[in-house]
Design a protein around this ligand. Structure first.
Ligand code: COS
Length: 403
């Protein structure tokens, strides 16, 4: 990353600054040699191994299992994603999925489950994945149709399809959300850790997308899973998913920030060096305005992302509104910044092999996954309306006490 000066902002401590400086130096040195875009599976396996061996995946597990902090430190996760995304989208992906695929285990797993699944992920020996979405249940988590039915006293059997599963096909375990009770909608869900080699679990389809990464549809066909692998209480699956997303949605904002900063750096260099009409591109007021808009929006997004991360690290039990605001703003902002960078590059901006062209493809999915921008807006509005109703009710109660 070209400048790390934003880590001097008061949201961060010296520990974060040190982490950011070390990771940025490592990423500049190490990431490129693992990238082979003709084989994303191999690339992601190699990146996970390299990240684990260098100790960076300690950020995705709690200190009790060899991690950096007592609880997951959201500022560290955000710094890592921002730096890695600046460097290479797949490096961010490899890091982020180790976090998302173990977040529910760190937050809700029993000691036995944590001890079994967290260390190999931290060391980069195992690959993690998070399996929530289904063909008919993406944004609408309460519509999940995959079932987990009791099979004897100590097992469940999973049946159903999961789709858009990142690391699908290369993961060693999946955190799978399924319907366990008769309760309707989001009330009857539970979460389970499922080993990739569990009989009855297969990859139904690999999905090819504009910024390729390992992605698949999974089929569960009477897949037998120990009940001991359940995360949280029966019926708590929705809360397990949402509490995990509370943490990781801020980090999606951070990844978007990294992509935007890279696009901005590329655009700035290009503007300063490209000559036309006897001047530099940067001499034109329209270019200056575009660069200034990028700078303003990047700083605004950074403040929102770091605010969400800091709030969680300061002990807030939930940061649903802050995380949704950060994700929605940062991902939409990054799309605009990358688009301006492509424009500044002219024809080269859409040429394969030019960095901004890759950024243009990489940013698009972040506005959709882990809750599309439209879903984030619903969450934000519902949350503020709930707060408004609470304030009104409290005011009403005070008034009726006085009369
Ligand atoms: N932490 C802990 N508990 C949470 C929580 C969180 N962050 N968010 C919600 N809950 C709890 C609530 O407290 C509530 O519990 P009670 O029933 O005990 O009161 C319960 O979960 C339901 O919460 P709520 O009514 O607020 O949920 P909604 O139905 O309004 O949520 C949305 C609907 C759209 C917000 C939700 O389904 C969502 O986030 N969808 C997008 C999912 C997504 O990101 N999909 C992409 C796939 S993941 S890559």
């Amino acid at each position: 990353m070209r400048s790390l000066s934003h880590f001097n902002w008061p949201f961060f401590t010296d520990r974060h600054r040190h982490f950011a400086a070390e990771l940025a130096a490592w990423a500049n040195r190490e990431v490129a040699r693992h990238i082979d875009l003709t084989d994303v599976d191999r690339t992601c396996r190699a990146l996970v191994r390299a990240l684990g061996e260098a100790g960076w995946l300690m950020a995705v597990v709690p200190a009790s299992h060899g991690g950096l902090s007592k609880n997951l430190d959201v500022r560290t996760l955000c710094s890592a994603r921002e730096i890695l995304a600046w460097n290479e989208g797949l490096a961010d992906f490899a890091f982020a999925m180790q976090g998302l695929g173990t977040g529910p285990i760190s937050l809700f797993g029993t000691e036995e489950v944590k001890a079994k699944y967290l260390p190999p992920v931290r060391e980069g020996r195992h690959i993690a994945a998070f399996a929530l979405s289904e063909p008919e249940a993406g944004s609408d988590v309460g519509a999940l149709a995959t079932t987990a039915t009791m099979d004897g006293p100590a097992h469940v059997r999973l049946n159903g399809l999961k789709t858009w599963i990142s690391n699908g096909g290369i993961a060693d375990h999946y955190v799978v959300f399924a319907r366990t009770g008769t309760a309707p909608g989001k009330k009857g869900l539970s979460a389970f850790v499922v080993d990739a080699d569990a009989p009855g679990l297969s990859v139904a389809d690999r999905i090819d997308v504009i910024a390729p990464h390992p992605l698949a549809t999974l089929r569960f066909d009477d897949c037998r899973v120990p009940l001991a692998n359940r995360l949280g209480a029966p019926g708590d699956g929705f809360k397990v998913a949402m509490a995990t997303l509370d943490i990781f949605r801020s980090t999606v904002g951070a990844a978007a920030l990294g992509l935007a900063r890279r696009a901005f750096d590329e655009a700035t260099t290009r503007s300063a060096t490209r000559k036309l009409f006897g001047a530099s591109l940067a001499d034109f007021q329209m270019t200056k305005a575009a660069l200034a808009d990028c700078a303003i929006e990047i700083d605004a997004a950074a403040l929102l992302v770091y605010r969400a991360a800091w709030t969680k690290d300061a002990g807030a039990p939930r940061i649903t509104r802050e995380a949704s605001i950060a994700k929605a703003f940062a991902t939409e902002m990054a799309q605009r910044v990358v688009d301006r960078a492509v424009q500044i590059f002219g024809g080269n901006g859409v040429r394969h092999g030019v960095k901004v062209e890759a950024l243009y493809r990489e940013i698009r999915a972040l506005r959709i996954y882990e809750g599309a921008t439209e879903v984030q807006k619903l969450i934000i509005a519902d949350d503020l309306l709930k707060a408004h109703a609470k304030t009104e009710a409290a005011g009403e109660a005070r008034r009726s006490e006085r009369t």
